[in-house]
Write a protein that binds this ligand. Structure first.
Ligand SMILES: Nc1ncnc2c1ncn2[C@@H]1O[C@H](COP(=O)(O)OP(=O)(O)O)[C@@H](O)[C@H]1O
Ligand SMILES: [Mg+2]
Length: 244
């Protein structure tokens, strides 16, 4: 097994990588209540690659932010690795986000004044991983992403697809339980979009990574294990790929 294997995917406690129970989010603006999510029940198996699709405003980003414990639900629960996140204090939540969740954003969110290698290393610096170990792992991940020859480049000197692969390597550095992407292919051309989804699928199939991505692109969504259709804050339909 490769040294970059996601050891968290097996031989661990039972249960789901992530689970939502009656998850509800209501935004209040100017005394108007917007039901962004209503009683969403979703179970994501370890190693599963899930696409979330739906029209604009259907609650996709809200769901992802709640799964990533970036925001709190109005009611209901989010369990990560079997832990009910509503029982955690802010320090514990920050630790959970840093160690168990890897985010891939549409806008990459890379730090441009430093190198590709350093960008990938940073979440491991926060976690307190010893320098030699985190550099070794960052290099391995960047090699896996096909960027082994670009370690010392600044992110802005790379193509959009390459920058997104740096962001994926950064999301993986702490061996997260769950990788979340909100339209990670939103800013790249369609060929690069396919390459990124192919790479994510490989991470899920060969390394056991659990991945949830929002996408507008149904063709890309078909490359995953399951498509979850959101509409008006509810799960409207689900399709397991490979089954009709
Ligand atoms: N911070 C916010 N304040 C008020 N309303 C919001 C906020 N974020 C999202 N919404 C509303 O919640 C609904 C779902 O939004 P969102 O999750 O961003 O949908 P999607 O990502 O599917 O486009 C929309 O009606 C949106 O306008
Ligand atoms: Mg959105």
């Amino acid at each position: 097994m490769s040294m970059v294997a996601m050891e968290n995917s097996s031989n661990q406690k039972s249960g789901y990588a992530a689970e939502t129970i009656n998850l509800t989010k209501i935004y209040k603006s100017n005394s108007v209540e917007v039901y962004a999510l209503q009683n969403v029940n979703l179970k994501i198996r370890r190693g599963e690659f899930v696409a979330v699709v739906g029209p604009s405003g259907s609650g996709k980003s809200t769901l992802l932010n709640l799964l990533g414990v970036l925001d709190k639900p109005t009611s209901g629960h989010v369990l990560i690795d079997g832990v009910d996140t509503s029982t955690l204090n802010s320090v514990e939540l920050a630790k959970l986000r840093n160690e168990k969740i890897g985010f891939i954003f549409q806008a990459y969110n890379l730090i441009n004044r430093t190198t590709v290698l350093r960008n990938v290393e940073l979440p491991a610096v926060v976690k307190g991983v010893p320098k030699e170990e985190r550099i070794r792992r960052a290099k391995e991940l960047l090699e896996l992403m096909g960027l082994g020859d670009k370690l010392n480049r600044k992110p802005l000197t790379l193509s959009g697809g390459e920058q997104q692969r740096v962001a994926i390597a950064r999301a993986l550095i702490n061996n997260p339980t769950l990788i979340l992407g909100d339209e990670p292919t939103g800013n790249v051309d369609s060929k690069t979009g396919y390459e990124i989804f192919d790479l994510l699928r490989k991470l899920s199939r060969e390394h056991g990574a659990t991945i949830v991505v929002v996408t507008h692109n149904l063709e890309l969504a078909k490359l995953t294990d399951r498509i979850v259709y959101l509409r008006d804050g509810k799960i409207e339909d689900e399709k397991i790929m490979g089954e009709i």
